[in-house]
Design a binder for this molecule. Structure first.
Ligand code: BMA
Length: 330
């Protein structure tokens, strides 16, 4: 049995694995949990992040408007399933007006570190880069310096200092629908200057694991376990009809998380259901957050479906680690 290192979360959303289910991840029976029109002006609500907050949950949601502009919006929930999302995007304050200028914001992640919730997202600054901010209450948001030069996407923090550094994964990219992409780890002492960049892992060439042959990118905040950091990530293949986004998992060294201990050759979640295959961008499953219960090893995963709605799925730390060991990427 593998153990999650962290807090108990007995009231997290959960459904048991259905009898006869062959996959290590199973969907919430009432999916999708958030529809297109969750806010007044939204065209789509997807690729969003949630965390335990008070006696319930808070989140930062990607809501593209009906003019198809991308921004991030705070939301709250008692049960992690029914969400009340603000009609007004996050308003940032911060030290430098240059950094506060908004071009576009998308694909947020939220990470509790020490005393506050850090938000990272893909932030337009003459091309996509990683925006960084923090909040204590999901009402007041302080924006810090962008972590990197453009072009970069999928900035995902580790939930504690590792040795002397805070660490963030990211995926250097281009200005468009990037046809390449590997995951790197960068380090900081102060959330302003990032360096000590390390290569973690890349897209898989050849046919050993073709679902992740075009590009990969980190998904939710990694989960600390006694065997390593459990990373859930997305992988992309280029088909005759365009990109298909599936989900995989890996186990990273606890002290040097750019060292990959295990990685599955087989995906754990893929677009199967109509709401994952049909929408504004067909065939996309894109996880950005998990909730985890250290007492039971349960994991609830939030993922964008076809760039249109938000789904919820379940697994456990044992399911994922056993699956990786049974289907290793060689
Ligand atoms: C990526 C990002 C994601 C999106 C995905 C599929 O480049 O834009 O937000 O889910 O493409 O369209």
């Amino acid at each position: 049995m593998s153990k999650i290192i962290g807090k108990a979360l007995p009231n997290m959303p959960w459904q048991d694995k259905p009898e006869g289910e062959k996959m290590p991840v199973w969907r919430y029976t009432e999916n999708p949990i958030i529809g297109r029109h969750a806010t007044k002006r939204s065209n789509s609500v997807f690729n969003s992040a949630v965390v335990p907050f008070g006696d319930g949950y808070a989140g930062i949601f990607r809501c593209d408007s009906r003019s198809i502009s991308m921004d991030i919006f705070p939301g709250f929930s008692k049960d992690g399933i029914h969400w009340d999302i603000s009609d007004t995007p996050v308003q940032f304050e911060g030290a430098d007006p240059e950094i506060l200028k908004r071009e576009y914001r998308y694909d947020p992640r939220v990470c509790f570190i020490e005393d506050r919730y850090y938000i990272t997202w893909c932030n337009g600054y003459h091309g996509p880069t990683i925006g960084v901010a923090y909040t204590y209450d999901f009402k007041k948001f302080v924006q810090l310096e962008n972590a990197f030069l453009p072009y970069n996407r999928n900035g995902v923090l580790f939930p504690r200092k590792i040795g002397d550094y805070y660490m963030m994964m990211s995926r250097p990219s281009d200005t468009g629908h990037t046809p390449f992409g590997d995951i790197y780890v960068s380090q900081t002492k102060d959330f302003e200057f990032w360096g000590r960049h390390r290569y973690m892992m890349g897209a898989v060439k050849g046919d050993a694991s073709a679902w992740q042959s075009t590009k990969i990118g980190p998904g939710p905040i990694p989960i600390e376990t006694d065997e390593g950091w459990l990373l859930i990530y997305h992988g992309v293949i280029t088909t005759c009809n365009g990109y298909v986004y599936r989900v995989g998992c890996a186990l990273l060294d606890l002290d040097e998380p750019w060292k990959v201990k295990e990685r599955s050759s087989d995906y754990i979640l893929a677009p199967y259901e109509p709401y994952e295959c049909n929408g504004d961008v067909p065939n996309v499953t894109f996880p950005c957050a998990t909730l985890a219960d250290a007492d039971t090893g349960r994991i609830a995963m939030y993922y964008g479906c076809a760039d249109t709605v938000t789904g919820l799925a379940f697994t456990t730390v044992d399911e994922l680690i056993t699956y990786m060991k049974e289907n290793p990427l060689k």
